[in-house]
Ligand binder design. Structure first.
Ligand code: HEC
Length: 182
């Protein structure tokens, strides 16, 4: 730049020119897009609550992990108790219970033909694994069907997850049968 051409020069100090060039458009474009994106992001996640929060994402992932763990591993007290914490499995189990089990065990598991599932007393054991065994294999001679072959392993697990939520809710109904369990 020649010393006569002063366009774009803000100040000159001791012969050093301070320039005021227009910022390149590509740079401005990135600047404004970033700001616009920032506002959009903030609005989506923080203001409107449309986007899932990190806690929701975490819970969904944890629930999914619990379901996967339950379907990959052999059933254990731990996997069944984890499934009991998973709202989706319990919800599915409840729907199945209403369809398949309520006719003999009552809508709330309070017992009819079959035992009360909400008291402390169990004929075949009250641990998650024991309940899972009774539901899968049944007690056919006593009128409790074996459910695994009709409903499949996954539905049986979600039903057991639901039955575990009924445990110890003590709904008044059929008198206790069997042994008290923890
Ligand atoms: C046709 C009636 C009938 C249906 C349907 C039925 N049950 Fe039962 N269930 C029984 C009877 C009867 C017993 C008691 C067996 C015995 O006396 O040993 C029983 C026992 C049980 C037990 C063991 C209770 C204990 O005290 O140890 C569980 C758990 C159970 N049922 C869960 C279920 C679930 C879950 C379903 C649905 C998938 C279901 N039952 C459907 C009749 C039924």
């Amino acid at each position: 730049m020649s010393s006569n051409d002063k366009s774009g020069v803000l100040h000159v100090y001791d012969g050093i020119e301070e320039m005021d060039h227009h910022l390149p458009n590509w740079w401005l474009f990135i600047l404004w897009s970033t700001i616009a994106f920032g506002f959009g992001y903030w609005f989506y996640y923080q203001v409107s609550g449309t986007g899932p929060g990190s806690m929701e994402v975490y819970k969904a992932e944890a629930a999914e992990a619990a379901r996967n763990a339950a379907s990959n591993k052999p059933v254990s007290d731990e996997t069944l108790l984890a499934l009991m914490q998973d709202a989706q499995s319990v919800e599915q189990g409840k729907a199945q219970f209403t369809q398949q089990c309520a006719s003999c065990h009552g809508q709330k598991g309070e017992g009819l033909i079959g035992p009360n599932l909400t008291d402390k007393f169990w004929l075949h054991g009250g641990t998650p694994v024991a309940i899972h065994k009774t539901v899968s294999e049944g007690v056919v001679v006593k009128g409790m069907p074996a459910w695994e072959r009709t409903l499949g392993a996954e539905r049986v697990r979600s039903i057991v997850a639901y039955v575990l939520t009924l445990k110890d809710t003590n709904v008044p109904g059929k008198a206790p049968q069997g042994e008290p369990a923890q």
